[in-house]
Design a binder for this molecule. Structure first.
Ligand code: ADP
Ligand code: 5GP
Length: 183
């Protein structure tokens, strides 16, 4: 059996990564979405071990010291990281493994796994991105400001990525992202 493909999906907070991946994974049960660890608090409806592994900062730092993360980064005041061993296991079983991670993590994976495909999801405009973050209503004003602050840097890094997809109309964006991941 051949080894699977690792796909990094990056894009500013609120662009629609989670929304699009949900639709795509429903059509691709063979793909594996990596579950990250984070020190941020769960949003309403988020389940530990399903959406994230929610860890204290001390526990997260212990895992950094034990080299358990394939990559990790601080984003908007919280730590986020990809547990290494599930990625290796799934890719060795031939599955497509998707890492939904921010820019610094994507850059680390570019160094450690240069064959990973790197995909950037972009908003139609900054105004629409802000509208979507606010519509989601999961963050307070301080957290929204920090996320918008990072958004410009992430969008400016689009040229570093193998494929870019604009999430304007939902249906065409799902099709374009599916193509970017699997084709
Ligand atoms: P991310 O995972 O990138 O932070 P989400 O998937 O949570 O973003 O999407 C942020 C908000 O934008 C959600 O309220 C979602 O319903 C909305 N959204 C996603 N894609 C679109 C789209 N193509 N058009 C309009 N709203 C969208
Ligand atoms: P959120 O708090 O909105 O779930 O995620 C905030 C940001 O952290 C998003 O850009 C998301 O892609 C990123 N992120 C989620 N998990 C990881 C991870 O394991 N590593 C890195 N580097 N970023 C992550």
């Amino acid at each position: 059996m051949s080894i699977g493909r690792v796909v990094v999906l990056t894009g500013p907070s609120g662009v629609g990564k989670g929304t699009l991946l949900k639709a795509i994974l429903a059509q691709h049960p063979e793909a594996f979405l990596s579950i990250s660890a984070t020190t941020r608090s769960p949003r309403s409806g988020e389940v530990d071990g399903q959406h994230y592994y929610f860890l204290s900062r001390a526990d997260f730092q212990a895992k950094i010291a034990e080299r358990e993360f394939l990559e990790w980064a601080e984003f908007a005041g919280n730590l986020y990281g990809t547990p290494r061993s599930p990625v290796i296991e799934q890719v060795n079983q031939g599955r497509t493994v998707i890492l939904e991670i921010e820019l610094e993590g994507a850059r680390q994976v570019r160094q450690t796994l240069p064959t990973a495909r790197q995909v950037m999801l972009l908003p139609p405009s900054i105004e629409e991105l802000e509208r979507r973050i606010r519509e989601r209503a999961t963050e307070d004003e301080v957290a929204i400001a920090r996320r918008l602050d990072r958004a410009q840097a992430e969008i400016s890094a689009a040229k570093e990525f193998d494929r870019c997809v604009i999430n304007d109309q939902l249906d065409s964006a799902i099709a374009a992202l599916e193509d970017a991941i699997f084709a």
